[in-house]
Design a protein around this ligand. Sequence first.
Ligand code: AMP
Length: 220
Amino acid sequence: MYIVMLGAPGTGKGTIGKILSNDLNLVHVSTGDIFREQIAKGTKLGKKIQSYIDTGALVPDDVTIETVKSRLLEDDVKDGAILDGFPRTAAQAEALKGFLKENKPNAKRVAVELDVPDDEIIKRVVNRLICTNKSCGAIYNKETKPPKEEGICDICGSELKKRKDDNVETVTKRLEIYHQNSKELIDFYKKNNALYSIYPKELDVAVANIKNFLDEYRRK
Ligand code: AMP
C-alpha cells in the first residue's frame, strides 16, 4: 500500500508518518529529508535545491518528481511506502499516479490529510526540535513536548536541533504555498483515491483513527 500524507508543514506528517511506518512496516519516504540530506552532503542536487528550501519555496516539479521516482524504484519500497511531503502540487500528484499505474499496477493507494489551523501550525513549527540522528529523527516541541534534558533526544541521546527553515517568515511562506495548491490536491485525491481527513489534536487518538481507516480500506 502507498500512503500519501497530505497537510501543511507542521501538521504532524513526519511524526505520524514515522509511527505508521513502524506499526505498518512500511518505509517512510520524506522528500524534505531526502533534499536536506543532499544539501548536507553537498551533492550537485543539494546545491541546486538549497535556495528553494532555505526560503520555503517549492523545489521545481521536474527535479522533485525525478527524485521521488528514482527513490520509489528502490527495493525497500517495492511493496509500498508512506510518502511524506510528496505530492505537493497537482503535477506531482499526476506524475505519482502515472508512475504507480505503470510500475505498481496492483498496489493500493490512499491519502491521509492532516488538517490543522494555521495559527496552531506556526506555534508548532517555530518550537519544533528534531533529533540530529538520522535513524532516530524524533520530533519534539519546546512548549508541548520538551525533551527531558534540554537539547538532548530522550530516545537516543543525540543532539536536538531546530530546522533552518522553521522560522516564522519561512513557515508563513510555506503555508501560503501550501494553501495555493491544497484545494487542487485534495480534490485530486477525493476523485482518484480514498481520502481520510483528520484534525490531529491528540497524537494517540489521531494515529488510532488513521489506522482504523487504513485497516478498513485494506480489507475492501
Ligand atoms: P518538508 O520537510 O516536507 O517541510 O520540506 C522542506 C522543504 O523541502 C520544503 O519547504 C520545500 O522547499 C522542499 N520540498 C519538500 N517536498 C517537496 C515537494 N514535494 N515539492 C517541492 N518541494 C518540496
